[in-house]
Design a binder for this molecule. Structure first.
Ligand code: ZN
Length: 395
């Protein structure tokens, strides 16, 4: 990767041709149109919150350094990788969007500054690194320099590395928090549109069939394959099909729906036929069941024909209950000379029939299974030796 340190560019040059979009809250261009201040992967302008923009300009007018800015060369133009908030602050001041007071003077806009202050602002040179390299190199570099600021998350990094028509169209679709579809999308998808979480999910779902070891690698491959493609309909259609299927299956909107792997559930179960009334009644029952600890697992549990009980994380017997049951069983067993495991006690083998197990060698078992309505309480608890408990559990 090539990096070039520039110390000759002034604030006036950076601010030349500055454009700001009030609608999108972002700085667009500088350097006479050659600098893209806010590429697709960047977040919107937030420096006007908490007057950070005023502090940036105050620093300049007081002669303090602004810190290093990082640009990436992309064809014939430059993109701001790190420093867009600072540059947007400078640009907005330059076009008289806000006032700054220096040395206790009354706050002034750029156009009303004393000429020496205006010259100081204009002629201040910035410290800029410009980098140029392969996707991998740039990505690695992003990850390194991001240690300083709010780190870009995985999807923001991917948007940066694969910036182009696909990312632009995809962001326009999924990353606008004011879009009317967001309410229904966010019923099923966790995270924030601005941080690219909805887009990340749409990509993950559509890319699931691609080769790659991890979800991120598949997403990366999909973005790479479609980089120059402004048509995002395959991804949008698939995303909407998954959400539409989820919405048609489960009628009650609950927070537990949010953030499940609906893409995988759709792929696994959308070809199955269900009785929608029975399915939804069963979901209600399980939500009311005090022994179900993992309520988010209920949906997959019912879709999969109630086979994988571990999805529900059924409440287990507590230590006090197990101890009590153990003591009662063991006392009775000693009295009658038989094993304290009821299944061992019925064995043909006399050594096993009278074996007394230590507490640690036994496990608690539901006499009537949870799936048949058995409670997790003392009346429904028996202690079995480890071997018999595991045998029973596998049936
Ligand atoms: Zn046993």
């Amino acid at each position: 990767m090539k990096t070039e340190l520039r110390t000759d560019i002034t604030i006036a040059q950076i601010c030349k041709g500055f454009e700001y979009s009030e609608l999108e809250n972002k700085g667009l261009y500088g350097l006479d149109g050659r600098l893209v201040i806010q590429p697709e992967y960047q977040r919107n302008y937030i420096y006007n919150e908490g007057n950070k923009d005023i502090k940036v300009v105050e620093s300049v007018l007081s002669g303090y350094p602004l810190g290093v800015l990082y640009f990436v060369r992309n064809g014939d133009h430059l993109e701001v990788l790190d420093g867009q908030q600072r540059i947007t602050s400078l640009g907005r001041f330059f076009v008289n969007s806000f006032s700054v007071g220096v040395d206790d003077a009354k706050p002034k806009k750029y156009g009303a500054l004393d000429s020496d202050k205006r010259e100081l602002f204009n002629q201040t040179r910035l410290l800029i690194y410009i980098c140029e390299g392969t996707e991998t190199e740039i990505k690695k570099w992003f990850e390194t320099i991001n240690i300083a600021g709010v780190p870009l998350n995985e999807q923001e990094l991917l948007n940066a590395v694969y910036s182009g028509p696909f990312v632009s169209a995809a962001r326009a679709k999924f990353s606008n928090s004011r879009d009317s579809h967001q309410q229904i999308w966010q019923t099923y998808v966790a995270g924030s549109p601005q941080r690219q979480d909805i887009l990340a999910t749409a990509l993950t779902w559509v890319a699931a069939a691609k080769v790659g070891k991890t979800k991120t690698e598949k997403r990366r491959q999909y973005m790479c394959d479609h980089r120059m493609d402004a048509n995002i309909s395959e991804m949008v259609d698939y995303f909407e099909r998954v959400i539409g299927w989820a919405a048609s299956m489960f009628k009650t909107i609950r927070p537990e729906l949010r953030g499940l792997d609906w893409g995988r559930l759709y792929e696994t179960f959308h070809g199955e036929h269900y009785d929608p009334v029975a399915l939804n009644n069963r979901v209600e029952e399980l939500f009311d069941d005090p022994y179900v600890k993992n309520r988010r697992g209920i949906y997959e549990y019912v879709l999969d024909g109630e086979r994988q009980k571990q999805l529900l994380d059924i409440r287990i017997f507590d230590e006090a209950t197990k101890r009590k049951v153990y003591n009662i069983q063991t006392a009775k067993a000693r009295e009658s000379g038989s094993s304290n495991c009821p299944i061992c006690a019925a064995s043909e083998n006399s050594a096993i029939r009278s074996k007394i197990y230590a507490y640690k060698a036994m496990e608690a078992d539901h006499v009537t299974p949870w799936s048949k309505g058995g409670a997790t309480d003392m009346a429904n608890c028996q202690m079995l030796c480890v071997i018999h408990n595991r045998q029973k559990g596998n049936k």
